[in-house]
Design a protein around this ligand. Structure first.
Ligand code: 9Z3
Length: 354
C-alpha cells in the first residue's frame, strides 16, 4: 500500500477500509477507497522491494550529488534529463561470484547523453559500472593508446597525439571539456538491479522539483526477474551440493509508481526491446496504455542501432539509418534525441499554458 499518498489515514485504518470495500463494493469513504485501489493495483509490490532490499553502500553520497546537481540546474532554469544506461545484474550469492546479466553495452544511453548535452540539457547519466560512457565510448579498447606517440629525448619523455588522429580526438575532447567545465553532466553508477532501483527512485525524488522540465530517458536494460534477498546464499555456491535450483521472481513494475507518484509532471520515455518484430508495436502500445507515460522507443535486439520506432499516443514514427550512414559511424541516437527534445518542448509549452 502506498500509505503516504493518502493523508490522515493510518496503516490499520487503510487495511480495514480496503477490506470492507472489497467485500461490500460500497462503503462510506468510497473516493478514498477508489484512489487506494488504483494505487494498489498499479504498484504491485514495489514498496516491498524497497522494504526488503537495502540501499547500496554509497547511496547517501549519490543522493547528495543528485540533490546538489538538480538544485543547481533548477536555479538556472535548465532542462534536466535522467539517462539510464546499460544492463543490470541479478546476483546469485551475497558475496557475489556469479550473477545473471543483461546484454546491453550502453551505446544507446552514452551516445544519447552526448546529444542531450548538445541540446543544452543537464544530464544525469545513470549507468552500469564499466558500460560505455559519453565521450570515452569513442575510444574503446586500445583506440586511445593507438592515437598516441612517445618521444624520448635525453631523458625527457613527451607524449603527443599523432597528427592523423587529431581530427578524430579534437571534436570529442572539446565537447567533453565543455560539458565538464559547465558542470552539465553527473555520472552515477549501479551494478545490480536493486542498486538501479534505489538510485532511480532517489533521482526521481530530486527531479520531481523540476516539474515538466525533467525528462526521463529510461534506456537501461533492466532485468524483469530477480532473486529476493532472503533466497540467495551468503557464500559461493558449491558444486558438491549438486546442481542448484534457482527460482527467479518477477521484478515489480517500477514505471507505475514512477509515472504516477514519483515524477508526475515529468516527460517520461521508456524503451521496449523485443526479438520478434510482430510484438514490437503491440507491446509498446500496451505499455503506453498501462503506464500512461508519454513515449516508448521500440527497438529490435538485432538492428537496434539502425532502426527504432518512436511510439506516442498519436503515432508511430520510424527512425532509420541507411547502411552507408551506419558504416560512416552515424549515431541513430542523434535522431532519437532530436525527436524527443521537440516533444519535450511541446510538453513544456503545454504545461506553462495551463
Ligand atoms: C533498450 O531497449 C535499449 O535501446 C537497448 C540499447 C538496451 C536495446 P545498447 O545498450 O542497447 O546500445 O547495447 N532498453 C530497454 C530495454 C528493456 O529492458 N526494456 C524492458 C522491456 O522491453 C522494460 S522497459 O520490457
Amino acid at each position: 500500500l502506498y500509505i503516504e499518498t493518502i493523508p490522515n489515514f493510518s496503516n490499520l485504518k487503510l487495511k480495514h477500509l480496503l477490506l470492507c470495500s472489497l467485500k461490500t463494493r460500497d462503503h462510506r469513504p468510497y473516493r478514498v477507497i477508489k484512489r487506494l485501489r488504483a494505487v494498489v493495483t498499479m504498484s504491485g509490490s514495489w514498496e516491498e522491494f524497497f522494504a526488503t532490499h537495502l540501499p547500496p553502500t554509497d547511496f547517501e553520497d549519490n543522493r547528495s550529488l543528485l540533490k546538489e546537481f538538480c538544485e543547481r540546474h533548477d536555479r538556472q532554469g535548465h532542462r534536466i534529463v535522467l539517462v539510464t544506461s546499460g544492463g543490470t545484474t541479478v546476483p546469485l550469492e551475497h558475496n557475489t561470484v556469479r550473477f545473471v546479466d543483461n546484454f546491453s553495452a550502453g551505446k544507446r544511453g552514452s551516445a544519447s547523453a552526448e546529444y542531450f548535452l548538445d541540446q543544452g540539457y543537464a544530464v544525469i547519466f545513470m549507468h552500469r559500472l564499466k558500460s560505455l560512457e559519453p565521450f570515452t565510448r569513442h575510444f574503446n579498447g586500445q583506440k586511445l593508446l593507438d592515437m598516441l606517440e612517445m618521444q624520448d629525448e635525453s631523458n625527457n619523455t613527451t607524449i603527443r597525439v599523432k597528427q592523423d588522429s587529431v581530427f578524430a580526438l579534437a571534436p570529442v575532447l572539446s565537447r567533453y571539456q565543455a560539458a565538464h567545465a559547465a558542470g552539465a553532466i553527473l555520472h552515477v553508477a549501479f551494478t545490480t538491479v536493486s542498486e538501479y532501483f534505489w538510485l532511480l527512485r532517489a533521482a526521481c525524488e530530486v527531479l520531481a522539483k523540476s516539474g515538466p522540465r525533467a525528462l526521463l530517458y529510461l534506456a537501461a536494460a533492466v532485468s524483469d526477474f530477480y532473486i529476493p534477498k532472503d533466497s540467495i546464499p551468503t557464500h559461493k555456491m558449491q558444486s558438491e551440493s549438486g546442481p542448484p535450483v534457482i527460482q527467479l521472481h518477477l521484478v515489480p513494475k517500477m514505471l507505475a509508481p514512477l509515472v504516477n507518484l514519483w515524477v508526475p509532471n515529468a516527460y517520461v520515455v521508456s524503451f521496449k526491446l523485443e526479438t520478434e518484430e510482430n510484438l514490437l508495436i503491440p507491446k509498446s502500445r500496451a505499455a503506453l496504455e498501462k503506464y500512461k507515460h508519454k513515449m516508448v522507443i521500440a527497438n529490435m535486439l538485432q538492428n537496434r542501432h539502425q532502426r527504432v520506432l518512436v511510439v506516442t499516443r498519436d503515432a508511430n514514427q520510424e527512425i532509420l539509418l541507411s547502411r552507408e550512414e551506419l558504416l560512416a559511424g552515424a549515431d541513430i541516437e542523434a535522431g532519437i534525441v532530436g525527436v524527443i527534445v521537440s516533444h519535450h518542448s511541446d510538453h513544456l509549452a503545454h504545461s506553462e499554458a495551463r
